[in-house]
Design a protein around this ligand. Structure first.
Ligand code: F3S
Length: 414
């Protein structure tokens, strides 16, 4: 790989051992993928922010890096952690369980990372522009950055994202190159798609077929909301490994069908209607019992608009006595929800607003056992997909209104 004089000096250790180590990681990665050069990154988003993902080895790596780094070369936000710092005791966690997470977050903070602990950093100020290179991890955030914002990122792991944060560089390969951003697969949507549930089902069905190819959607409304596009990407990246999608007339690199494919040959073509959407929903409904004990809303972390919708559905109501309802977001969005009065309404109904974490990245084994949770009820295709495999917690899956109704009755009605 061709390095600039500045990059060579970093690699030679001029800026200390952490910068040298970071350049070594990035050069090795670039060599594996035949990158010709490095490109500057506008921001990074750190996937290894939960101790559940980082583990002891990851914690050691981040702490060692932090010893010699007092500021990062790129604006950096942190993905969800394993707990909510403000209420880990209420979630029934113990001090010895959360201590490694506190150390991990402190190490990132020492380097200058913003400890927002959210998977929707684009709602709180990490908003790269069209064509900008970034180094993000977290599959749903990567899909949003590439597809909705038109920024350019590969799916980074913890070490490579941190190496980019420290150096401000990433090797130019994969989704950083024009040639790798063209559509592969045409998806014709044959009926109107509206709401979080429809978009989740669409993404879940198509992701399983697309694998790591780039789908091009035709028939998505130009008025699709950021929340709808957010769950579309999250679901595509759950059943498949989609890191970039185009929606013609909606996303910035697909103003026309021709632009979305960019002259690349069009391979397979799919049609999606009622039947395919219903099939996706059926696959995600794995719980065998109708009893509801844990309802989770907020995968990906919810926006201020979703806070408003949930508050409207809960106003004046009370949860069933055997049900916990978690609403999950970033502390920044929750602060806005507090100002708007939404949090008060949600909490008055008996629900808990849990920030900085989510069941997939939390110390959920301990939490579920101590709280007696036996299944999860959610409106998120991504959450319903991961919980059975990760924690053997089966899912009820349906639209927001059905999840709220289940939280009131304690029963899942099919
Ligand atoms: Fe975010 Fe956790 Fe879902 S990281 S996308 S809430 S699995």
């Amino acid at each position: 790989m061709r390095l600039t004089d500045e990059e060579k000096k970093m690699l030679d250790g001029r800026d200390g051992p952490s910068v040298r180590k970071s350049m070594e990681i990035l050069v090795a990665l670039g060599d594996i993928y035949d990158a010709e050069q490095m490109v500057p990154v506008a921001s990074t988003h750190m996937p290894g922010s939960s101790i559940v993902v980082a583990g002891e080895a990851g914690l050691r790596f981040v702490e060692e890096m932090a010893e010699h780094v007092d500021h990062l070369a790129a604006f950096t936000t942190l993905n969800p952690s394993a707990m909510d710092r403000a209420q880990w005791k209420e979630l029934s966690l113990r001090a010895e369980e959360v201590e490694p997470q506190f150390r991990l977050t402190r190490a990132y903070e020492k380097m200058g990372a913003i400890s927002c602990h959210t998977c929707t950093p684009y709602f709180i100020g990490n908003v790269p522009r069209l064509g900008e290179h970034v180094a993000w991890g977290e599959s749903s955030a990567v899909a949003y950055a590439n597809s909705v914002l038109g920024a350019r990122t590969n799916r980074e792991g913890g070490p490579s994202a941190l190496a980019s944060a420290v150096t401000g560089r990433t090797p130019a390969y994969g989704y950083h190159l024009d040639s790798n951003r063209k559509g592969h697969l045409l998806v014709k949507v044959t009926r109107p798609i509206k709401g979080f549930f429809d978009y989740g089902n669409l993404g879940y069905h198509v992701g399983a077929i697309a694998g790591d190819r780039i789908p091009v959607f035709l028939g998505i409304s130009p008025r699709a909301t950021p929340d709808e596009l957010k769950i579309l990407g999250a679901a595509l990246a759950s059943s498949g490994a989609v890191a970039l999608y185009h929606a013609v007339g909606v996303t910035p690199e697909a103003r026309t069908l021709e632009e979305a494919f960019g002259g690349a040959p069009r391979g397979e073509s799919l049609e999606i209607g009622d039947q395919e959407l219903a099939q996706a929903a059926r696959k995600l409904n794995k719980a065998k019992t109708s009893t509801v004990d844990w309802v989770f809303l907020g995968c990906p972390h919810i926006s201020i608009q979703e806070f408003g919708e949930i508050a409207a559905l809960l106003e004046g109501k009370r949860l069933h006595s055997g049900v916990d309802l978690w609403v999950s977001s970033s502390p920044a969005t929750k602060a806005l929800s507090d100002i708007m009065g939404y949090s008060k309404i949600i909490e008055a109904a008996g629900a808990r607003i849990v920030c900085e974490t989510c069941p997939v990245l939390a110390l959920t084994g301990s939490i579920a056992e101590r709280k007696g949770f036996t299944c999860i009820t959610t409106n998120s295709a991504k959450m319903a997909h991961y919980m059975p495999g990760q924690f053997n917690i089966l899912s009820h899956y349906g639209p927001l209104s059905q999840c709220i109704e289940a939280a009131m009755s304690g029963q899942w009605r099919r």
